[in-house]
Design a protein around this ligand. Structure first.
Ligand code: NAP
Length: 293
């Protein structure tokens, strides 16, 4: 039976360590890290994420600001606001919550955030720095997954790591980070010919497909480490016959926990680690801007 990779507990421990460092460094640098979270429109999920990041940033002793802008705001107005924070010496980190309304060019917005303050690591310059192994922010979810593995002393060195998903947000950068940690990486996607075979070869199997139940017991090598990034809401029938929405991952948990050595739960696995990782990025940017080694 697999051991749980407890993201909730691990993220809490990491936040406590970040707080300690923030408190120590604020004395040296004479100011605290300051993160700005920008939300455009009022998509409920975005409000939840922004509120959570704001609250957690406060909890670790950072200054944080939320800018909530109306969904009809023009792109130029948004870019002007970002320019203000790009040039504000007391701001160390800026995050624009996605998705943006369709009339705004997301790529243009992401490119307009100063790379030195790019909290989500969406700027092409920061992706390039990550690929080259240079200091800087890292994509939050992939970095959070590595932090979780590190906490459980699971070293990807030499492992066959298979990732289901190749998005710019999760799958692609995770594979590159795992390669830097000396894993042998295979990316799978919708055109992969034999997904079960590719998964069965993995010592470390990460699913980031957004397809509930895609990874089932027969696809997992005995003793593999399984990380489930998927965040899917499915309708389930309650005992009284009513329907309720339930959050599930990509992995058929009950089957896979029989075979795997470690497994992340959903919820409580990768999700909390992503937020801890955002805070870690804020601390990284702060240290780079303030010249703290
Ligand atoms: P995405 O952009 O939709 O990418 C999904 C990837 O999975 C694509 O590369 C797609 O292949 C691949 N895929 C989909 N169905 C597949 C199938 N049947 N077989 C093989 N590959 C398949 O999604 P994302 O942004 O990477 O997110 C993935 C999931 O993680 C979502 O459920 C999302 O909500 C969740 N997520 C969770 C967190 C967290 O903090 N917990 C953070 C980010 C994302 P193609 O490229 O060929 O289309």
């Amino acid at each position: 039976m697999a051991q749980l990779l407890d993201g909730k507990k691990t993220a809490k421990a990491i936040r406590a360590r970040i707080k300690e460092e923030v408190d120590d460094l604020s004395g040296i640098a004479s100011r605290r890290p300051h993160a700005v979270f920008v939300q455009v429109g009022n998509v409920p999920a975005s409000t939840t994420y922004v509120n959570m990041k704001y609250k957690m940033a406060q909890e670790v002793g950072m200054l944080s600001t939320v800018e909530r802008l109306p969904g009809e705001i023009g792109q130029q107005e948004l870019l002007a606001l970002l320019h203000k924070y790009n040039t504000d010496r007391s701001t160390h980190a800026i995050l624009v919550q996605l998705p943006l309304p369709s009339h705004i060019d997301e790529f243009a917005v992401m490119q307009s955030i100063a790379p030195a303050k790019d909290l989500d690591c969406f700027h092409p310059e920061n992706i390039g720095r990550m690929v080259l192994g240079l200091p800087g922010p890292k994509p939050a979810t992939p970095q959070g997954i590595l932090m979780l593995l590190d906490e459980y002393k699971i070293d990807p060195y030499g492992m066959n790591a298979t990732i289901v998903g190749r998005s710019n947000l999760v799958g692609k950068p995770l594979g590159l980070l795992l390669l830097q940690r000396h894993a042998t990486v295979t990316w799978c996607h919708t055109r992969t010919r034999d997904l079960p075979a590719a998964c069965r070869g993995a010592d470390l199997l990460v699913s980031a497909s957004g397809k509930p139940g895609l990874v089932h017991g027969g696809m997992v090598k005995p003793g593999a480490v399984v990380v489930d990034v998927g965040t899917n809401y499915v309708a389930v029938t309650q005992p009284g016959g009513s329907m309720e929405m339930k959050l599930v991952g990509d992995v058929a948990f009950d089957e896979v926990e029989e075979t795997a050595s470690y497994i992340t739960p959903v919820p409580g696995g990768v999700g909390p680690m992503t937020i801890a990782s955002v805070l870690y990025n804020a601390l990284t940017l702060y240290k780079l801007i303030e010249g703290i080694v």
